[in-house]
Ligand binder design. Structure first.
Ligand SMILES: Nc1ncnc2c1ncn2[C@@H]1O[C@H](COP(=O)(O)OP(=O)(O)OP(=O)(O)O)[C@@H](O)[C@H]1O
Ligand SMILES: [Mg+2]
Length: 257
């Protein structure tokens, strides 16, 4: 089976008309296996969102090679194999929950082809949004809005789900609950997940592996494998000594990132 993400000597940054080229991350070598849950940590501005943008084909790399599920990022995007939950969840305020979730169908022009209503109902149930399909975003809590954004990203049954600080704005109790829901969803669907967060706890709790990026120069600082510290299905208890040790380790790595 092709890796979900395979990057070799990848250089990332921005080409600006006036200011020239801004280099963000360089020499990125990364293999993410199909079905893996990878957490990504790193200081603000180090290039976490930039990396997800390149994987999602929203930005071209400056150099190096990248393949997504054995294809180019563009091919994977056109095959609707990549879902994205953005850093600032972007629901359209004038569309209901259901209409927001079904947006990818509308944009992709596939509305009539696929069983949209059935799939949407299934997603509402899976994400604990039953009965809320007719509401507008301003009638939802922050946590509910994030779940709508996740449902929308799952609509096309992506093999690769990119999540950019999806729970950053939520209180800790809600965040913990959504973390558990996300893990259940991951176990059920087998989707590969790349999850960006600033929370060390969240990164350690969710990830089978954790990648830490550093800034100036932007590079992969470390990749830690936590599979030995967790149960086979990636279950763990936040207070397990191995998990507490992993958090201390991550804090030390981040302090020098
Ligand atoms: N369009 C752009 N043109 C030039 N530079 C940009 C552009 N977008 C982002 N950058 C710069 O690229 C760098 C990486 O940005 P990025 O958004 O990937 O950081 P991040 O790790 O996601 O940070 P945060 O944790 O704050 O979300 C930053 O220095 C940012 O200023
Ligand atoms: Mg970001």
């Amino acid at each position: 089976m092709a890796a979900a993400v395979e990057a070799r000597s990848l250089d990332l940054g921005y080409r600006n008309e006036d200011a020239g080229t801004v280099s963000v991350l360089s020499g990125v070598d990364l293999t993410v296996d199909a079905g893996e849950f990878l957490s990504i940590l790193g200081p603000s501005g180090c290039g976490k969102s930039t990396l997800l943008r390149v994987i999602a084909d929203l930005l071209d790399p400056l150099g190096g090679e990248i393949s997504i599920l054995g294809k180019s990022p563009g091919e994977a995007r056109r095959a609707r194999e990549v879902g994205f939950v953005f850093q600032d969840s972007t629901l359209l305020p004038w569309r209901t929950v259901t209409a927001n979730i079904e947006l990818p169908y509308v944009i992709g022009g596939r509305y009539a082809v696929s069983g949209a209503p059935d799939r949407t109902a299934g997603l509402l149930g899976m994400l604990g949004l039953d009965g809320l399909g007719g509401r507008y975003p301003h009638q939802l809590s922050g946590g509910q809005r994030q779940r709508v954004a996740i449902a929308r990203a799952l609509l096309t049954e992506p093999k690769l789900l990119l999540m950019d600080e999806p729970f950053g704005a939520l209180d800790e109790i809600t965040r913990d609950r959504l973390n558990d829901e996300l893990l259940r969803l991951w176990r059920r669907t087998g989707t590969t997940i790349l999850f960006v967060t600033h929370s060390i706890m969240e990164a350690v709790y969710l990830g089978q592996r954790i990648m830490v990026l550093s800034a100036n120069p932007g590079r992969i600082r470390a990749i830690r494998d936590l599979r030995g510290a967790k149960e086979a299905d990636n279950r763990c208890r936040r207070e397990d000594p191995a998990i507490v040790a992993a958090m201390t380790d991550m804090r030390n790595v981040l302090e020098t990132a």
